[in-house]
Design a protein. Structure first.
Length: 302
């Protein structure tokens, strides 16, 4: 049978295509190329991880907070009376609250869920610091938290404080079973005074380090350091002129100290920075300072 001219043309074209495919196969296949939105074929093995297009995760909306006067973000969403913020606190037989420092926003409502992991019965009183520390009836409380139990109490923090919580079961408050609630808000003075010191939270741990390791303090300002031990190793905290702190020259006036900071405990040191500086803080438990357990203080203009 004699093929028509059109048939011959189709045959020639097919032979040419086959030859080109064979040539590509012998020379090696070209690598895959993907558009940014293309999926990688399941049988494709990209030559490097960067060749794999990454799917964009759907962004999760995060709450945004207006900065407080210190320009430090809160790190939490303040609670309201309709929707209080939940804060879990544990009590134990070491007569500690964990956590013992809970930052709050001015005007917010917080529900404290207080658990007792020990065998001793505790209480939880919260409110203005004077009323709490003085065990006054005006400060609301959970009167009894039995071993293994969890009780709750809701409180709205009006004004700049200071606020605190404590346990006044026999002997517990005397053992310093207290906690502090530093306030962030527009009515909180930016500078601490001797009558109303500014609160700065310093924690220490088993890595022989302070958090933070540097703080800014205005010249002449009075600060109350809230000191928490989040580990199990005993620490101390001393603050004063940097050279005297480095030399461990504690005199109770120029360099002040709080020692025997045991696991989970919270203590306070109040200091007025009325000198020229530089100032520093450190732990001089054996080997701790040598391991770098120290912090610096930067004096700023009031």
């Amino acid at each position: 049978m004699i093929a028509s001219p059109a048939g011959v043309a189709r045959l020639v074209l097919a032979l040419v295509v086959a030859a080109l495919l064979a040539s590509c196969a012998s020379a090696g296949s070209a690598p895959w190329t993907y558009a940014p939105s293309s999926a990688v074929p399941s049988n494709a093995a990209p030559s490097s991880p960067s060749a794999v297009p990454q799917a964009s995760a759907s962004p999760t909306a995060q709450p945004t907070m207006a900065p407080m006067p210190s320009a430090t973000p809160l790190g939490f969403t303040p609670g309201t009376k309709a929707s209080p913020r939940m804060v879990a606190i544990n009590t134990d037989d070491l007569l500690n609250f964990v956590p013992s420092v809970v930052p709050i926003a001015e005007g917010e409502t917080v529900t404290f869920e207080v658990s007792n992991s020990g065998k001793a019965t505790h209480e939880f009183k919260v409110g203005p610091m004077d009323a709490v520390m003085g065990d006054q009836a005006s400060a609301p409380e959970i009167p009894e938290i039995a071993p293994g139990a969890t009780e709750s109490i809701t409180y709205t923090f009006e004004g700049p404080g200071p606020f605190a919580f404590a346990c006044h079961a026999p002997g517990h408050f005397e053992h310093n079973m207290v906690g502090y609630l530093p306030v962030n808000g527009p009515d909180v003075p930016l500078l601490g005074t001797k009558d109303a010191p500014r609160l700065i939270w310093i924690s220490m741990d088993d890595h022989l380090s302070f958090t933070p390791t540097q703080v800014d303090i205005a010249t002449g300002e009075t600060i109350t350091f809230l000191l928490t031990n989040t580990g199990v190793i005993t620490h101390e905290f001393q603050v004063g002129p940097a050279d005297k702190v480095a030399a461990d020259e504690v005199d109770g006036t120029i360099v002040v100290e709080k020692d025997e900071l045991d696991a989970g405990s919270v203590h306070t040191v109040t200091y007025t920075f009325d000198g020229a500086g530089p100032y520093a803080y450190a732990c001089h438990e054996p080997g701790h300072y040598q391991a770098g357990m120290a912090g610096s203080i930067t004096l700023t203009s009031p």
